[in-house]
Write a protein that binds this ligand. Structure first.
Ligand code: CMC
Length: 425
């Protein structure tokens, strides 16, 4: 591989360094371009721009590969626990047995939320979407745990955030249905505590359904990181200005909420319900996506990076069949999703544009079977993505030479004009 790329602009010829990643990915380093030529690059929506070098997650969209720290997503989803994956993403390695015990213990000990924070929940109207609550509450944690000067303080805040986010998520659900908040219990594991705080009444007698626990573990692992996506980029951009962990992650939660990103899981179920109510006329909705007069999209289809298949969606499609069968749930939306997928994948519009089901297409069906309400789906995505956001925030903070993120633009507005008073017009 050549070490430089050549750029010719007006009468100037310059050499740009070529960076090659550990999987052979090639990037042209343009960091000196403006200084050398006065020009910038223009790449709206960043489809061709790398924002950083990162050692956390590798994706090959053509081959459908996703690996966290070198481990294949299918292996992790099959064999690992979500706390192990949190450890892997944040600290760069799978925990040894003593590390695992220590990590689990710390995640348990820090799961209580300051009592004063419970008052914040009272101010939200009952109809509030739980993503608003989660994002506000995560930002509010910085009022209670402000210190982030030393590595030890940061590490403690990371544990607090991982641990308290599930408590805050369950509180946001309880708030939405007007039920009292449940306290976490130290003899329960991370996932069991979350499920108990969501569904355990009374708490002591609550027995976790193991099918549900396994499904939740898989779902959280599959969502745990996805390199420089919209919300992770938001976390990095906010963090690059020096904002603390909680403020940066709260920005990630807000970015995730949009229907083109994490909010797609809620939008998929709403779309499937609409198709069901309309007599399950799949072709009508596939045709609607192709119509020039409509901006309708098949939610849960398409991806900026995956152009053959989304490996997470494959795992979830299989899991959705198994989970529903094991729980004895007969959800007509599963059949509608499967038929819609068949019809879409046979359609030339989807084939030509390489549009396949993504992770959000089947995740909502599983959440529904687990008893999680639709407007909590994106909160579930956020809980899963938390270790990824944290890992990226930390990687950037520790990277030598990190500078504030500050893109340029090509200005297209008015050129200079004299000031005039408009009073008499
Ligand atoms: N249904 C119908 N047409 C689509 C869809 C869809 N879901 N997605 C993309 N297209 C078309 C799009 O209209 C465009 O067509 P044309 O070339 O004729 O203008 C072409 O496919 C390329 O799409 P794009 O919008 O340029 O692709 P993008 O990389 O900018 O957007 C996406 C990626 C995921 C935002 C988009 O596919 C989409 O909106 N999908 C539906 C929402 C969704 O499921 N989002 C969850 C993504 S996975 C979870 C996550 O990581 O966030």
């Amino acid at each position: 591989m050549t070490k430089t790329a050549k750029l010719s602009l007006n009468d100037q010829n310059i050499d740009l360094p070529v960076i090659v990643g550990s999987e052979g990915e090639v990037g042209i380093d343009i960091s000196k371009l403006r200084g050398q030529t006065g020009a910038i690059t223009l790449d709206p929506s960043f489809a061709n721009s790398g924002a950083c070098e990162s050692a956390i997650t590798y994706i090959n969209g053509e081959k459908g590969i996703l690996r966290y720290r070198g481990y294949d997503i299918a292996d992790l989803a099959e064999h690992a626990s979500f706390p192990e994956v949190c450890h892997l993403l944040i600290y760069g390695r799978l925990p040894t047995r003593p590390e695992r015990e220590d990590f689990r213990g710390r995640l348990t000990r820090h799961s209580l939320v300051h009592e004063d924070m419970k008052k914040f929940f009272e101010g939200f109207p009952p109809t509030t979407h739980p993503m608003v609550v989660l994002s506000s509450m995560i930002a509010s944690l910085s009022a209670f745990y402000p210190g982030d000067d030393t590595a030890e303080e940061i590490d403690l805040n990371i544990i607090r955030l991982l641990s308290k986010a599930k408590t805050l998520a369950s509180y946001s659900y309880k708030k939405s249905i007007g039920q009292p908040f449940m306290y976490p219990q130290n003899d329960r594991t991370y996932l069991e505590n979350f499920l108990m705080m969501m569904f355990g009444v009374p708490a002591e007698k609550y027995e976790v359904n193991q099918v549900v626990r396994h499904a939740l573990n898989k779902l959280l692992i599959l969502h745990a990181d996805h390199e420089q996506n919209c919300s992770t980029t938001a976390v990095r951009v906010v963090g690059s200005g020096g904002a603390n962990l909680f403020a940066s992650i709260s920005a990630g939660v807000s970015a995730l909420w949009g229907p083109l990103h994490g909010g797609a899981n809620q939008a998929v179920i709403e779309m499937l319900e609409m198709i069901q109510a309309d007599g399950a006329n799949y072709q009508k909705y596939v045709d609607l996506t192709k119509s020039k007069d409509s901006d309708f999209k098949l939610m849960g289809f398409g991806h900026r990076v995956y152009k053959n298949f989304d490996p997470r969606a494959r795992i979830l499609k299989e899991a959705s069949d198994n989970v529903l069968a094991s729980l004895g749930v007969d959800d007509p939306l599963l059949e509608i999703a499967q038929r819609l997928e068949e019809v879409a994948l046979a359609d030339s519009y989807f084939v030509e544009r390489k549009l396949y089901p993504n992770i959000d297409f089947y995740s909502g069906i599983i959440y529904r079977a687990m008893g999680i309400p639709t407007d909590m789906f994106t909160v579930m995505f956020a809980l899963g993505r938390l270790p990824g956001w944290i890992a990226h925030w930390l990687e950037q903070r520790n990277a030598p030479g990190t500078r504030i993120n500050r893109p340029r633009q090509i200005y297209t507005g008015e050129t200079a004009r004299p000031w005039v008073k408009l009073d008499n017009r």
